[in-house]
Design a protein around this ligand. Structure first.
Ligand code: FAS
Ligand code: PHB
Length: 390
């Protein structure tokens, strides 16, 4: 059996950022990842970073490429009724901005930094299992092709996403789950076309749409679609026709269409599992919570959890367990704020199957109120760019 301070399960953004921060503080750690490195890199996911995430990556020495290639946004825009557009200028309202920089790039940057510091990352680690979490010497077993290996440690960080093993290693008697599954998904495409220069959400009676970007020649678009569909039901022509139909003409005319280079249908759910700690196991990121991407919070919550957990583990190593003992409550305060905001944005912008004409009108009235009220826009802005860390 080998020994380390922290075993991190999962080499996605949460696991790799935690490993980076712990290595920088001299805390020995090993990352165990079920998939291949390329499989993780090929996943197309988040695109908008809260400013706190931008600052966290910069402070960790991971911001150079983000600052060179990312696109700073001052404003989020919301269209409705196919004609109106309201703008929430977060910079004017709060002096805070957002960054469009894809999760894929962040993952590449995290792996490059891990290579540079010769981090201990085991890919294709199968059958990861957590042991003795309620003792002061837990261990983790896995099989990387050479038979079962065991690593003894002081702590286990469960950064293995919604389908991982860590959350399920907490006894059901200890855990409380909160879940809402939405009756639709997001069909997303990437296209090598110049993106719409603005971040644009759209409420439309045909369904939700979103125009985003990855770089000046890589567009990211989404339309709401039923989960009974499959990607094969959506040709590029059908996608573009539906996207343009859900945007005001003045914006639709600016869209440059082209062949998709990636297309996926993602389900939408809100989910929280409490607590985010059991014994020596700490959960971070999607392992503990899932948000619908409407509020652009998923990746940003993974980063805030890791900020809190890294601080707690580093302080504990120096003899102070205050942050460790307070980790779950502190992380959940931010998680529930983002979960509620993402739920609110999803209800405001999507068309629900059982929605009535009253419901549609009520959504449109709330958007009109946002357009007319600076205080309402300020409230949306401060939640979208991310509330201050504790
Ligand atoms: P991740 O799921 O990214 O990483 C977990 C890692 O653990 C994976 O690499 C997995 O292979 C590994 N793992 C799982 N089980 C394991 C085991 N038993 N042993 C070892 N390793 C194991 N967020 C946004 O903000 N905006 C978006 O537009 C957006 N779109 C998304 C689309 C999809 C299809 C999905 C699934 C998520 C999307 N998200 C989006 C959310 C996403 O970005 C997550 O919040 C982010 O990846 C969270 O990072 P992690 O917590 O590291 O989890
Ligand atoms: C993205 O660019 O992928 C994106 C932007 C905003 C969201 C969700 C996803 O709310």
């Amino acid at each position: 059996m080998t020994e380390t301070e922290v075993v991190i399960v999962g080499a996605g953004p949460a696991g790799m950022l935690l490993s980076h921060l712990l290595d920088a503080a001299g805390l020995d750690n090993v990352v165990l990842e079920r998939q291949t490195r390329q499989y993780v890199l090929d996943r197309i996911r988040a695109g908008v970073l809260e400013w706190g995430t931008v600052e966290t990556l910069r402070e960790a020495g991971l911001g150079a490429r983000m600052d060179a290639e990312g696109h700073v946004h001052d404003t989020i825009n919301i269209a409705w009724r196919g004609e109106d557009v309201l703008s929430v200028d977060t910079n004017e309202l709060l002096g805070r901005q957002m960054m469009a920089y894809g999760q894929t790039r962040i993952q590449e940057d995290l792996y490059a930094a891990a290579d540079a510091r010769r981090a201990q990352v085991v890919f294709e680690a199968a059958d990861v299992a957590l042991h003795d979490l309620d003792t002061d010497h837990p261990s983790v077993t896995y099989d990387a092709g050479g038979g079962t290996e065991r690593i003894g440690c002081a702590f286990v960080a469960g950064c293995d996403g919604f389908h991982g093993v860590s959350r399920l290693s907490i006894p059901d008697s200890v855990r409380t789950e909160f879940e809402k599954v939405y009756p639709f998904g997001w069909l997303g495409i990437l296209a090598e076309t110049p993106p719409l220069p603005i971040l644009l959400y759209a409420n439309h009676e045909r369904g939700f749409a979103l125009c985003s970007m990855r770089n000046p020649m890589l567009s990211r678009y989404y339309v709401q679609a039923p989960m009974t569909d499959s990607v094969d039901d959506w040709s590029d022509d059908r996608f573009w026709t539906e996207l343009l139909a859900r945007l005001p003409a003045g914006q639709a005319d600016r869209i440059v269409t082209g062949p998709s280079i990636e297309k996926s249908l993602a389900p939408l759910r809100s989910y929280v599992s409490e607590p985010m700690r059991w014994g020596r196991l700490f959960l971070a990121g999607d392992a503990a919570h899932i948000v619908p991407p409407t509020g652009a919070k998923g990746l940003n919550l993974a980063v805030s959890d890791v900020r809190y957990l890294a601080r707690a583990l580093i302080a504990s190593d120096a003899g102070d367990d205050t942050y460790l003992d307070g980790y779950s409550d502190m992380a959940l305060r931010r998680v529930w704020g983002a979960v509620r905001f993402s739920w609110w944005m999803t209800n405001l912008l999507h068309r629900f199957p059982d929605q009535t004409a009253f419901d549609q009108r009520a959504q449109e009235q709330e958007l009109s109120y946002l357009a007319s009220s600076e205080s309402a826009r300020r409230s949306l802005a401060e939640q979208y760019v991310g509330l201050p860390y504790e």
